[in-house]
Design a protein around this ligand. Sequence first.
Ligand code: ATP
Length: 248
Amino acid sequence: DEKQVLLNCENVVKRYGSLAAVDGMSLSVAAGEIVGIGGPNGAGKTTFFDVITGITPLTEGSIAFDGHDITGLGADRICQLGMARTFQLNAAFESLTVRENIDVATYFGRAKRTFPGLRLGPEAREQTEEALAFVGLAAKADQTVGQLPVLDRKLLMIAGAIATRPKILFLDEPVGGLNTTEIDLIMELVLKLKGEGMTVVLIEHVMRFLLALSSRVLIMHHGKKIFEGLPNQVAEDPVVVATYLGEG
Ligand code: ATP
């Protein structure tokens, strides 16, 4: 049976001056799918996420999400329609606690209109606690973020994204800088999200992680899609091997 298309990007272009960081990317994501995006440094992966999630405006193309044309909408509106993301580098309020950081996400997420004013109502409080528990950070809720090790910071960003109650989650290098055990832990977490029906698009250089989780893989190079297919086809693709996998 045909799965519902949740996200549809058509011929998306993002130029910075004369550089086309994203150069005609199309991507369709069905509800419940995990799509993985790989490719060399500077391929335009993060910029593609930035454009989809409204962090930066696109130059050309169109993006539809969950029945809405979101082309040109700002990140706050897009978040409230049900998109959330994490960032490659830490994005958190360093001097706030773990819980306070998640509260900010809860406040700006999809429950926002239910809770006017800066105080979170009981339902929103629950949303924060659920997100903390989901990633296993409940015991560290009162710690200041600045003291956290790298794994906990990754978990914090995922918790923040979850707290906005997204329909689709974008993860930008969720295991970058982590060791094998930590990578496995994040992998379990993504599988748990998938089990709950979450739709995920992830960028990752760690191929083991990318290939194990994704039902479909895209490889980008110079802003373009040079491969789209099943995980087990990636390593056999001559263009991918020549431009990306051959590197290391
Ligand atoms: P990595 O794997 O290293 O994270 P990436 O595939 O995510 O790389 P991007 O970060 O999207 O690549 O960068 C794509 C290209 O766009 C690079 O050449 C980068 O220098 C350029 N770029 C990104 N953001 C900007 C910006 N704000 N202004 C100018 N150029 C930018």
